[in-house]
Design a protein around this ligand. Structure first.
Ligand SMILES: [Zn+2]
Length: 295
């Protein structure tokens, strides 16, 4: 499986570094409230970009987002990573993808990255936080400041202490602790936080307690890089469908509802962590709720 890159519509320059894209899991597996009949009744299920109707599978992507402002280079969510032991998810396990080569092809070396932002601490969002060098996990981006929501770090640390190191596939040991040890982590308190001009973090708790969204604003255009606040286009039609990976389903639905309300019928773009191409979308209101505008 080779990685690929796509430039996205939005403010600044945004490139998507894709580690996986294709039919992945069934909607009823990912979204416990959904029934097969309800899934098939959605408009999303009839859109082959987002749904494989023959096999009843959601089309999903796993990608990192490279953002270049006039002054800074940032990576938002670092996807799956190479060499990580993820035996419960074959598509994530012991990967050897071309992520770093793709980054170089976009004109960015790891040492050029100023900030690594993380919407939340799940294994498909911190993969390239580290890489394996001589048997040790080291930060992939040696000059970067790695921002985490303090609430998110505290929550995962507490769970690992209680339940052991394999919480969320072992990401504390192979993706978080090495960054803390290297002194590159910056913990961000609750509330809106400006990272650099035009880039800010905004809390959206529910999927995890410390989930944040990244707002990009170049003065003309706005985009929200929202991680898993909306996992899949089908949740634009059915914002009431929480995922099986949400810590607080009610909170997750509330954060999704607030976001859709905020951006509906505006020019603001949503760039979620798992939307397949075209990935950068707008939201419109219609008679039954919301729908995607992919133009
Ligand atoms: Zn995710």
């Amino acid at each position: 499986m080779t990685s690929r890159t796509f430039r996205l519509d939005g403010p600044f320059r945004i490139d998507r570094l894709v580690e996986f894209e294709g039919p992945f899991r069934s909607a009823t597996h990912l979204f416990p409230p959904a029934t097969e009949a309800e899934v098939r009744a959605t408009a999303t299920a009839r859109d082959p970009r987002f749904y494989d109707l023959e096999r009843d599978l959601l089309v999903m992507a796993f990608h990192a987002l490279l953002v270049r402002t006039p002054t800074h280079t940032l990576i938002v969510d670092t996807c799956l990573g190479n060499d990580k032991s993820r035996p419960k998810v074959p598509e994530w396990n012991q990967r050897s993808g071309a992520f770093l080569e793709d980054l170089t092809a976009l004109g960015v070396r790891p040492g050029d990255v100023d900030y690594v932002l993380c919407t939340h601490l799940h294994a498909d969002h911190v993969g390239w936080h580290t890489r394996l060098v001589d048997g040790r996990w080291v930060p992939t981006f040696p000059r970067a400041r790695y921002l985490f929501a303090r609430r998110e770090i505290d929550h995962l640390r507490a769970r690992v202490r209680q339940e052991g190191p394999m919480v969320h596939h072992g990401i504390w040991d192979d993706g978080v602790q090495p960054v803390l040890d290297a002194g590159l982590a910056v913990l961000v308190e609750d509330g809106v936080h400006e990272v650099v001009p035009g880039v800010s973090l905004h809390p959206a708790p529910g999927h995890t307690p410390g989930t944040v969204m990244v707002r990009l604003d170049d003065g003309r255009h706005v985009a929200w890089l929202i991680g898993d606040v909306v996992h899949h286009p089908i949740q634009v039609e059915r914002p009431d469908w929480f995922s099986r990976f949400c810590d607080d389903p009610t909170g997750a639905c509330a954060s999704r509802g607030r976001l859709l309300e905020l951006v509906a019928d505006t020019d603001m773009r949503l760039i979620p962590a798992h939307f397949p191409a075209p990935t950068s979308v707008r939201i419109r209101r219609d008679a039954s709720g919301y729908r995607l505008d992919t133009d």
